[in-house]
Design a protein around this ligand. Structure first.
Ligand code: ADP
Ligand code: MG
Length: 732
């Protein structure tokens, strides 16, 4: 057996196992070795029903005697209730908000339950346990299960399973692999010095510990090592990408701060110091020999658009080489059509005095300002016409949705690309854009003079993520924080509302609706293991809540709904109706997160708030920070636990979204961080991100290494790993 041998060659596998291995991307023995357990169980946790106490974290084998879907004590919360029995007694299990489980487990069947014992009204029950069907109960549980091990307590790994492949199967194969002494073949890509410095196990030890730990602390040390390794390689990759990017020559823009002040002076407000500083930093980037690649991270409502506009001004008022009467061009990309239209309108206001053309491209149509017939407004034009004007350089500013990259728009003098709400675009799309113009880019220039030049790139996001994390995953970008809110902005009044206070709050809202304001109602997403069902339930929760509000609370108002299962065109239509006031109340899932500006919507209800992370609640709340009317956020929660209420209180006290993101990380772990799936990190590394010291250490070591050896020529093993990672992320 060798590291590169195929699993199917070394072990007998059934058809369904073959399928499962393929699905998990496990081909070789090496793949299997690096397929890590998601958690560990210990025989110490294996319990019988008799003798259980409140707070026990247990594993229980039991028969399902009764099971049904029902509603919780205080109305409306769907749940599943089951009666479980083993040889020693009977206990209830309850799954809140997971009525579907009543269909997954059958009366009379056996299952393994993992969870915590809770108590209500003096009765013990198993709260929201994980479950796994088994064919029968172990006769004497401990012995029957682990007869091969002869110790009193034994830790065994639990691997993420898929249909056809059990955790146990994987475990046994790993043991086989270990027994043939193959581990000596693997070389450790991390140097002994680094490992020693941070007290991390060498690769061989780490592999043994992660799969077959003797103590839980061994498993932890090993996970720490692999997390370190991942952050280390991601940091290296980003640092390398950054060095490479900086080799791209770009357009040199020599506008002075003074020239820009002419433009900034015209803002209908006084720019914040933070905005001025960001503009200055970008202007400085423009003067360098290579293309800018910068991330502007600013809380919702911090005024990123104005920073974008001022820097676009610098580009627009610069002429391309040998074309004295032309303008350098800017492409501004946003994730939705409504947002594109909104930006089109605000950019017209910013730039109309310059007498330049501004274009808008979306999948439902193209527009140009000014219209020939009526110069104060815009006109619809054909895609062909727009393309022509962009290609000959007559439209200096083009705003658009994905259409901008998908339809291969050709520019003449493209010097600046802005990606707004960049977290809504995948890493791949981001990279597509940041590629040098020409062969690999979807945005191209047709002018030979510009062919060799890479446009400057500005990404903007309101995703609050902790700084260390930002520095690792966005390590290829330069980072600017917009950490100041516009002057005189009234803070949103945020109230935590418990069930008994609801009616009162509804009355308060009605008063404001009468004054002509509008309301968002956000319903929670429902997390469950089966994603197809999750979707179905989520939709139902929005529609059911809209129905309830219509009949019980706000019969006199028009209520619209918005959720991710709707077609893009339907979504756009509903958002459009809400923006124009045709709809007064919008009941939605968190899809409204993206920066749409409905100035008149000054109230937001966040239902089931305990199910969201604080940073996400904050981002949702940001929907109502956009006008001079006092804005309100009502955080509705059914929770009875003090701790959860306390956590929600942070929404009233925290200074900004970044602070809340740090709270989330501390209190609930990385799972709460917004958009964590798109960063190309494993669950293990995401969990380790909590350990800020580890992240910093890995980043520091990566930087040191790349500084001494920017091409990684002297570290072939490391280079190999980094290239692998690059490919992996690229093909995601
Ligand atoms: P975001 O950072 O979320 O993209 P926007 O750029 O959309 O924020 O700005 C939100 C609102 O704040 C807009 O209506 C904008 O005109 C206004 N605004 C931006 N900067 C300032 C400022 N310095 N003072 C007052 N209002 C501002
Ligand atoms: Mg914005």
């Amino acid at each position: 057996m060798e590291l590169n041998s195929l699993i199917q060659k070394e072990f007998r596998t059934t058809e369904s196992q073959k399928k499962a291995l393929k699905k998990l991307g496990l081909n070789t023995i090496r793949d299997l070795l690096f397929y890590f357990p998601s958690r560990y169980e210990s025989t110490e946790d294996l319990k019988e029903i008799k003798g259980l106490k409140k707070g026990d974290k247990i594993i229980l084998y039991a028969q399902v005697k009764k099971i049904k879907a029902t509603k919780a004590y205080y109305k409306k919360i769907p749940m599943t209730e089951a009666t479980l029995e083993d040889a020693t007694g009977v206990i209830k299990a309850i799954w809140f908000r997971q009525a579907y489980i009543s269909k997954m487990l059958h009366e009379g069947s056996y299952a393994k339950f993992t969870g915590t014992i809770s108590e209500r009204n003096g009765k013990l029950y198993l709260a929201n346990p994980e479950y796994q069907n088994v064919s029968s109960l172990p006769i004497v549980s401990k012995e029957a299960l682990f007869s091969e091990k002869n110790s009193d307590s034994f830790i065994f790994p639990v691997y993420p399973e898929t249909r056809g492949l059990s955790s146990k199967w994987i475990y046994h194969k790993i043991e086989k692999i270990f027994s043939v002494g193959i581990l000596d073949e693997i070389s450790d890509p991390i140097s002994k010095e680094i490992l020693k410095k941070y007290n991390l196990p060498i690769l061989k030890t780490a592999l043994i510990w992660i799969h077959t730990p003797q103590k839980k602390s061994d498993a932890q040390a090993s996970r720490k090592r692999f997390a370190f390794e991942e952050v280390f390689f991601i940091s290296l990759l980003r640092a390398k990408q950054k060095t490479e990017y900086q080799k791209n020559p770009s357009f040199k823009i020599s506008k002075t701060q003074k020239e820009l002040n002419e433009f900034i002076k015209r803002f209908p407000f006084k720019a914040t110091d933070s905005q001025l500083n960001s503009i200055k930093v970008i202007l400085k980037d423009f003067k360098k020999d290579y293309a800018m690649n910068r991330l502007l991270e600013g809380d919702v409502g911090s005024g990123k658009t104005a920073v974008a506009a001022a820097t676009i001004y610098a580009i627009t008022t610069t002429s391309p080489k040998n074309q004295p009467s032309a303008h350098l061009q800017t492409a501004y990309m946003v994730p939705t059509e409504i947002l594109a239209k909104q930006h089109f309108e605000s950019f017209i206001k910013f730039f109309e005095y310059l007498n330049i053309n501004i274009g808008l491209i979306t999948s439902s149509g193209c527009f140009k300002f000014p219209s020939k017939v009526s110069p104060t407004t815009w006109t619809k034009i054909s895609r062909a016409q727009l393309s022509k004007w962009v290609a000959n350089g007559e439209i200096p500013i083009l705003i658009g949705t994905h259409s901008l990259i998908q339809k291969s728009v050709e520019f003449k003098n493209l010097a600046y690309i802005i990606i707004d709400e960049q977290h809504k675009f995948g890493i791949l799309q981001r990279q597509k854009l940041s590629k040098k113009n020409g062969a690999n880019s979807n945005i191209t220039t047709n002018n030979a003079e510009n062919k060799e030049l890479t446009p400057h790139l500005l990404s903007m996001t309101a995703t609050p993520i902790p700084r260390t994390l930002a520095l690792s995953i966005y390590g290829d970008l330069d980072l600017t924080l917009l950490d100041q809110m516009p002057h005189g902005r009234k803070p949103i009044i945020t109230e935590i509302v418990t069930p008994s206070q609801r009616d009162n709050t509804y009355q308060q809202i009605k008063e404001k609706l009468k004054e002509g304001r509008q309301l968002y109602v956000i319903c929670p997403r429902i997390e469950e293991p089966d994603p197809t069902k999750a979707g179905a339930l989520r939709v139902k929760s929005v529609t059911a809540e809209a129905q309830r509000l219509k009949t019980e609370v706000f019969p006199e108002y028009k209520i619209g709904i918005l959720h991710s299962k709707m077609k893009p065109a339907e979504k756009e239509e509903v958002m459009g109706d809400f923006a124009s006031g045709k709809i007064t109340i919008l009941v939605a899932t968190s899809v409204v997160e993206v920066g749409v500006n409905v100035k008149n919507a000054t109230m937001i209800i966040l239902e089931g708030a305990e199910r969201f992370g604080l940073a996400q609640l904050h981002q949702l709340r940001g929907r109502v920070i956009r006008s001079n009317h006092q804005a309100y956020c009502f955080v509705f929660s059914d929770t009875k636990t003090e701790k959860t209420l306390e956590r929600l209180q942070a929404l009233k006290t925290a200074k900004n979204g970044f602070e809340l993101a740090e709270f989330d990380l501390e209190l609930r772990g990385s799972g709460e961080l917004i958009g964590n799936k798109q960063w190309g990190m494993s669950d293990l590394a995401m969990e380790a991100i909590k350990n800020i010291r580890l992240v910093e250490a890995a980043r520091t070591e990566a930087q040191k290494l790349i500084e001494g050896d920017s091409e990684l020529q002297n570290h072939p093993l490391v280079l190999e790993k980094v290239s692998e990672l690059e490919k992996l992320i690229h093909f995601e």
